[in-house]
Design a protein around this ligand. Structure first.
Ligand code: UDP
Ligand code: MG
Length: 309
């Protein structure tokens, strides 16, 4: 193999992680020493405003296996990881958070699986150390991503994931701009394995995902991978119309059987029916808007795994 092609690339997204970098360096170096293989670390500084940049420059100076890339501003974790994976050269690449919540010592577990022939290996934080809210939210999102992509992983959001080079090339073929890495990874298909990994609470700093950012991320994720919220408008329209119909039935029944006119009920029934028709019409327009949205994403219709000779 070409001397410039390392066996493994480790891609790190770094945003204000000055307290973690030294320990991270030591632990990655120690772990990789035990694996005895050629590797590179692609450290992507996602516009940090603390000392991360200086520290990374120092690490680069002392160890040429560390490649340091600084993005021009904060683009977000997914974009940073994409940048790193795109720049990585290894036969296999692994992505990992830089805050040491994941254990660099688990890298060999994933690497072993990749060597067994899997195209993608995802960590599974079986003992996740995050608050209850994040647990619940991530459980729901995992189920939803599994439903949409047909890839039934327990922990799509786990940032410790390994890929065979061919999978990264596939990822590069996606041209849509709004990216959410766990979903793109799941959409790649291929042979996918899951490996239980350790997780610990943050020992320094704060998660970059506060409550607002979590909601924002979940909302962006859902509106990126599906036009379901738009389609829900038509469904709501149909529901309103049915309610209007049912109420008119009641009004008619009272008129025919008892001869009295229910004024308020009549007005409410008309209101429901009209609201239903309007919502349905809006939903119909949204359906077309949604389809334009899907078309503009230009996601591949299929991905060929291999051609059998
Ligand atoms: N990160 C990043 N850009 C961002 C936010 C986060 O590169 O805009 C990095 C961060 O430095 C860390 C990883 O992404 O290495 C995960 O972030 P964090 O630990 O805050 O997320 P959590 O573990 O709470 O999901
Ligand atoms: Mg973290």
């Amino acid at each position: 193999m070409c001397a410039e092609t390392p066996e493994l690339s480790i891609v790190l997204a770094i945003y204000n992680e000055e307290e973690a970098l030294h320990e991270l360096y030591e632990r990655i170096t120690e772990t990789m020493k035990s694996l005895e293989l050629s590797y590179e670390v692609v450290a992507v500084d996602d516009g940090s405003r603390d000392q991360s940049q200086t520290l990374l420059s120092e690490l680069r100076a002392q160890d040429p296996r560390w490649r340091v890339v600084r993005l021009s501003r904060n683009f977000g974790q997914s974009a940073a990881i994409y940048a790193g994976l795109t720049l990585s050269k290894g036969r296999y690449a692994m992505m990992m958070d830089a805050d040491l919540q994941m254990f660099p010592e688990d890298i060999p577990l994933l690497y072993e699986k990749l060597r067994e022939g899997y195209d993608m290996v995802s960590g599974w934080r079986t003992n996740r150390k995050d608050n209850l809210f994040r647990h619940v939210m991530s459980r729901m999102l995992n189920k939803y991503i599994a439903y949409i992509t047909g890839c039934p992983l327990h922990d799509h959001g786990c940032s410790l994931k390994g890929f065979r080079r061919a999978m990264i090339d596939r990822m590069k073929e996606f041209t849509h701009r709004c990216r959410y890495l766990p979903v793109d990874a799941a959409m790649l298909g291929g042979r996918i394995a899951e490996v239980p990994v350790r997780h610990r609470p943050r020992s320094h700093g704060k998660s970059k995902y506060g409550l607002f950012k979590l909601f924002q991320t979940a909302f962006t994720l859902i509106t990126t991978i599906t036009i379901m919220p738009l389609q829900a408008i038509s469904a709501l329209g149909i529901l309103f119309s049915f309610a209007g119909f049912a109420m008119s039935g009641r009004v008619l029944y009272y008129r025919l059987m008892h001869g009295n006119i229910l004024m308020l009920e009549t007005v409410v029934a008309i209101f429901f029916f009209m609201a239903g028709v309007q919502l349905f019409a809006t939903g119909l327009m949204c359906e077309y808007v949604g389809r334009i949205y899907i078309e503009t994403q230009r996601k591949p219709l299929y991905i060929i795994e291999e051609e059998v000779e």
